[in-house]
Ligand binder design. Structure first.
Ligand code: NI
Ligand code: MN
Length: 231
């Protein structure tokens, strides 16, 4: 059984009961995530898709308190080392790494990356994660890209977490096309509503996915869903 909890913006916690993976923990600067207590987050791994402040977020603080290992690219890893984070696992496109919970494969994300102090952040990442026998695609910040068609060659997805807030990432229409490219019917949205330029109409978004024969979940901050047997 896999539990997926939404912590606002692009932040999720995946928990298989033994291992906790935290993605892009942008909490203290997120007005929609005020109910989340950063000190309560004790992940084993933090996956950082890219250096932008709304993704690296509270990674340093949470890594210090939890002793979590951070999975990120080389440039973000170097930046973290200068902030006293020694436990990093640095990766880049094409890498597929086995962990005690399953695997993480690094896939393309079409975006940019700079750290909050304007240090170059390397290439933005997307992640394919195998955990609890499930395959999850966490797209990071990305536009629609033909590279998404590679994903079904690597694994059959159970759930995809896609950005759909427009302006900085895919919009709803492109996210529907992406869900076709990746051959996944169970979609969780991210990177919407946090700021004015990425506000979306939830009903319109759900309807567009439903019209394509797919299910879109837009979780409340703090809400969890369970992923059980494959679709
Ligand atoms: Ni970004
Ligand atoms: Mn972003």
């Amino acid at each position: 059984m896999l539990n997926i909890q939404y912590l606002g913006h692009s932040c999720f916690m995946l928990d298989d009961g033994t291992h906790r993976l935290l993605f892009d923990p942008f909490i203290s600067g997120n007005p929609m995530a005020e109910a989340i207590d950063i000190k309560s987050l004790m992940p084993h791994y933090i996956l950082v898709s890219h250096g932008h402040g709304d993704h690296i977020g509270d990674s340093v603080e949470i890594a210090h308190q939890s002793n979590a290992k951070i999975i990120c690219n080389y440039e973000v890893g170097q930046w973290l080392h200068k902030r006293g984070i020694t436990q990093t696992h640095e990766v880049n496109y094409g890498g597929k790494l086995n962990f005690d919970f399953g695997f993480v494969k690094i896939v393309n994300a079409v975006h940019s990356s700079m750290l909050p102090d304007e240090t170059y952040g390397g290439n933005p990442l997307g992640f394919l994660i195998n955990i609890a026998g499930k395959n999850i695609y966490y797209a990071g910040d990305t536009g629609l890209t033909m590279d998404m068609k590679l994903i079904p060659l690597w694994c059959k997805l159970d759930v995809a977490i896609l950005p759909l807030g427009n302006t900085f990432t895919m919009d709803i229409d492109d996210a529907v096309i992406a869900s076709n490219f990746i051959e996944c019917n169970e979609i969780i949205g991210m990177h919407y509503d946090t700021f004015q330029p990425i506000k979306i109409n939830h009903e319109e978004a759900r309807q567009k996915f439903a019209d394509a024969g797919k299910k879109l979940k837009l979780l409340w901050v703090g809400e969890s869903i369970k992923v059980d047997s494959g679709q």
